[in-house]
Design a protein around this ligand. Sequence first.
Ligand SMILES: [Ca+2]
Ligand SMILES: [Ca+2]
Ligand SMILES: [Ca+2]
Ligand SMILES: [Zn+2]
Length: 350
Amino acid sequence: MTRTIWIPVGGLVSLALLAAAPADAAKPKPGTSTGTGSVFKVNPVQSSGNESLTDQKDSATAVPAGEYATVQLRNLDGSGTLTGKWVRVQSSTGTPAYSATNTFVYDRSADQFEQVMAYFWINQAQEYIQSLGFGSTLPPVNKQQQLVKVDQYGGDNSYQTDKPFRIRYGKGGVDDAEDAEVIVHEYGHAVHAAQVPGFGASEEAGSIGEAFGDYLGVTVGLDADQQYGWPVRTDPPCVADWDSVSYTSTVPHCLRRLDSNLTVADKSGEVHHDGMIWSRALWDIRNGYVALGLGTRRADTTIIDAQFSFAPDTSFDAAAHATYVTAQARDGAAAAQVVKNAFAARGISV
Ligand SMILES: [Ca+2]
Ligand SMILES: [Ca+2]
Ligand SMILES: [Ca+2]
Ligand SMILES: [Zn+2]
């Protein structure tokens, strides 16, 4: 007797063949590109406004159930793993997430939770960038499958590498991939590297990289808050409200902010610190565009589009000039003046 079973991706396969196949090939596959996942609404401090939340050694009960959202996971490849068009969660120290029905619902104490967060938020960031026109009316920006490893690095650090082109999320304190602003910050480095290979070859270019990562994390999160109707109960320019509860004692908890008053006179030579000079300018450009009625999406389009013309070892002044020229061409004289003023306030001339 020959029996067959239906496998959506592989088609009709005889059981005899299945028996001889490797174990993972025999796993049932959902075969569909959308699924369901449980994620934080950017991060649980931002969505709740509760600055007293703490990690409690990755305890499930440390974060109220109401700070999770059930979301659609898009662009999956149907394999039942967190593999898709714009993200591939490559491996992790824990059990890789797998679901025969594309249902990825975990709490923060499970290794798979951070994997789902990384998948959802990187896909969300690439969808946001594409929604601005990149990859259709404008050149693509990292429009490829981003490789991600979660919890591989033991320290409280995350980083992006060019060779291989990959992001790793660490697990010190609050697991880094429990905070969407940390996830998207690292994706910001991948965006820069994709736009300008080797970007970050000078101290000021490195600072721009840190600044843009912080800015992208915040703007993608705020856009998602609007898209899904999630509350924002902390200061919008506060970066990594949740990850930073482990290493900051002052309230509000922020890894960094986009609204510091630093200028080039305050440069320390450390890229994260000096990045706050640049990110404040980006924040002022954003708010200036809003005041002109152009909106945040137009500001983000110009900020990202200008980055294509940054040299790998750019100076602040040269990158500011490129942003000014892009604003002038796309958005007009008033917008260009907003850009010029934002950089001038930081001691950067266009
Ligand atoms: Ca966790
Ligand atoms: Ca952390
Ligand atoms: Ca935040
Ligand atoms: Zn960084």
